[in-house]
Design a binder for this molecule. Structure first.
Ligand SMILES: NC(=O)c1ccc[n+]([C@@H]2O[C@H](COP(=O)([O-])OP(=O)(O)OC[C@H]3O[C@@H](n4cnc5c(N)ncnc54)[C@H](O)[C@@H]3O)[C@@H](O)[C@H]2O)c1
Length: 265
């Protein structure tokens, strides 16, 4: 556990279920005051109620410019200062380059621009006071790609790139950044991924609480990259050191799958 979380102000987006709910539970248990957000108002209200008086539900869209502004304003009302912001909400859209424009739009907005828009509002204050933590829930797909899901693969790479960029730009000014990159995690996202998505991710899947535990360990050790599946580090190194061989393997994997894994629109 990270001892300095007592009384800290934390925001978790996409906290109505899954990994976001597990983060909220872990932060509340560590004594933080937590704003939980989700598009699903009923789910996030139930999470807040179950976690006690220091957890506040702020339902709404955590991706649009107006939605992020409303969330950050409301979180400041509840918490005073925001010390930790977990940009966790994500959407899993499968398909090829030919998937509908709306699948690309929602993927860019939720998986990438939500992070950019939150950072735009938070970083100036964090730099001024010399502290603040940005947690980006990315995916191993942001380091290794994923066949059958072009919008997910591409936007998760962008989310990882943005987290890295934040860290290289503001890391020496007191802003800590963590990029959380799991493979399969047993949540509704995985359960709703269709037969091929589940086949790809279910075997070595971990629980959402494992991801929260690994995030806390990385916060304690001030490590940027959080890998709930440690083997991802070797695969990432292999991709960089021998891209053609890596692509041959990925083609083999893709060849055994239909055109789309995950959901399509
Ligand atoms: N489950 C996995 O196998 C897995 C693996 C790697 C990375 N991830 C990433 O972890 C994060 C959380 O995933 P999960 O598995 O808990 O998913 P989930 O689908 O179980 O939960 C995601 C939550 O985000 C909410 N949400 C979606 N769009 C939103 C928006 N615009 N504003 C506010 N809330 C919104 C949904 O309503 C949902 O409650 C995502 O970024 C996902 O890409 C998941």
């Amino acid at each position: 556990m990270t001892p300095d979380l007592a009384g800290r102000g934390v925001v978790v987006t996409g906290a109505g279920r899954g990994i976001g709910e597990a983060y909220a539970k872990a932060f509340a248990a560590a004594g933080a005051r937590v704003v939980v957000n989700d598009l699903d108002a009923d789910a996030v209200t139930a999470v807040a109620t179950s976690l006690g008086d220091d957890v506040f539900a702020v339902p709404g869209d955590a991706s649009s410019e107006e939605g992020v502004a409303a969330l950050v304003a409301s979180a400041r009302d509840h918490l005073g200062e925001i010390d930790v912001y977990c940009a966790n909400a994500g959407v899993a859209r499968g398909g090829t380059e030919a998937v509908a424009e709306r699948a690309w739009d929602v993927s860019w907005n939720v998986n990438v621009m939500a992070h950019v828009r939150a950072a735009k509002l938070l970083v100036p204050e964090w730099v001024e006071r010399g502290s603040g933590t940005f947690v980006a829930t990315v995916s191993a797909a942001g380091l290794l790609s994923i066949p059958g899901a072009a919008p997910y693969a591409v936007t998760k790479h962008a989310a990882y790139a943005f987290a890295e960029w934040l860290s290289m730009t503001y890391g020496d000014k007191g802003v800590r950044v963590h990029a959380v990159c799991p493979q399969g995690v047993r949540t509704d996202m995985l359960r709703n991924s269709g037969t091929s998505g589940r086949a790809l991710m279910e075997a070595d899947a971990v629980d959402p609480d494992d991801v929260a535990r690994d995030l806390f360990l990385a916060m304690e050790q001030e490590r940027f990259l959080v890998l709930p599946h440690p083997e991802v580090a070797q695969m990432y190194a292999h991709r960089a050191s021998d891209p053609d061989r890596w692509l041959t393997g990925m083609r083999r994997l893709a060849g055994g799958l239909p055109g789309s894994v995950l959901g399509a629109d």
